[in-house]
Write a protein of this length. Structure first.
Length: 277
């Protein structure tokens, strides 16, 4: 889990090179019953509400029959709200990624962050074609501490705020998620930015192979998808397409995050839903 005192580059570099071991329950061989007998699940997520996601990502996903989760930053989407409303209506999921995407959070109180960053995005998304009310949240920059004080206080403050509005929240680091642990830890969902430091497919394939080996839930994070990479965090159209096509060829259940969460919740031991749906 990320913290402002830690370097994003160091965290992501370490994760790219050496993936963390799967969670304990999966490591013991307790395979989760994913739909259709698939070996694992993957949710494709896209941050910031960028034009390239409307113009390039949506057509690529639709061509393969994939639905994804888009975490929208209010400032970026104001001029294309109608497009995002159509995307939501077509079956893609919309999540909240704050109004202005702040990464320096030490100066915020919980009340100020709610007032300036969370509430305006919720209102903006509900203003076009009805009630697009995101139930999921993505921490900007992956930081999970809010305000001043020691890490435990900052983390608790942010968690308390996020759980008031959202059903779950996604970070940007960590191994594929153990579905048996997800219901107990929905506000620290692990995710991985496979092309953040290098525009190639290798890190994504390693991460997804790890998920399939243990039966886990992988969450991938992308940002701008461009014909050619311009800056750190970008993904080229060619690399993005190769990752999508590889996923299509694998025994992976592709699902928006909210749908995956619902499925995981209803297929826990003792819930009376042991069959694969």
């Amino acid at each position: 889990m990320t913290d402002p005192s830690l370097s994003r580059r160091v965290l992501l570099g370490a994760l790219t090179g050496v993936l963390v071991a799967p969670d304990a329950a999966l490591a013991r061989g307790a395979r989760f019953p994913w739909p259709g007998g698939d070996k694992a699940a993957v949710s494709l997520t896209y941050d910031d509400g960028l034009d390239s996601q409307i113009d390039r990502v949506i057509p690529a996903l639709d061509a393969l029959g994939f639905r994804a989760t888009f975490f929208l930053t209010g400032y970026n989407i104001q001029w294309r709200l109608k497009d995002w409303a159509k995307i939501a209506a077509a079956g893609h999921e919309i999540g909240d990624h704050t109004m202005n995407h702040p990464c320096a959070l030490s100066g915020y109180s919980a009340a100020r962050f709610q007032r300036e960053e969370i509430a305006p995005t919720q209102t903006l998304l509900a203003s076009e074609d009805g009630e697009i009310r995101p139930r999921l949240y993505a921490y900007p920059c992956g930081y999970i501490g809010l305000g001043a004080g020691p890490p435990r206080e900052r983390h608790a403050r942010y968690l308390d705020l996020v759980r008031q509005t959202f059903a779950a929240a996604r970070t940007t680091v960590g191994p594929p998620n153990d579905p048996y642990r997800v219901p107990a830890e929905p506000y620290r969902l692990h995710a991985f930015e496979p092309t953040y430091e290098a525009d190639n497919v290798r890190a994504a394939f390693r991460y997804l192979n790890q998920a399939m080996a243990s039966g886990a839930w992988a969450i991938l994070v992308f940002h701008d998808v461009l014909p050619a990479v311009k800056s750190e965090g970008d993904t080229s159209v060619a690399t993005h397409q190769r990752i999508l096509e590889w996923i299509k060829s694998q025994p992976l259940w592709v699902s928006p995050m909210g749908e995956a969460l619902d499925y995981i919740e209803t297929h826990q031991p003792g819930r009376g839903r042991s069959s694969v749906g």
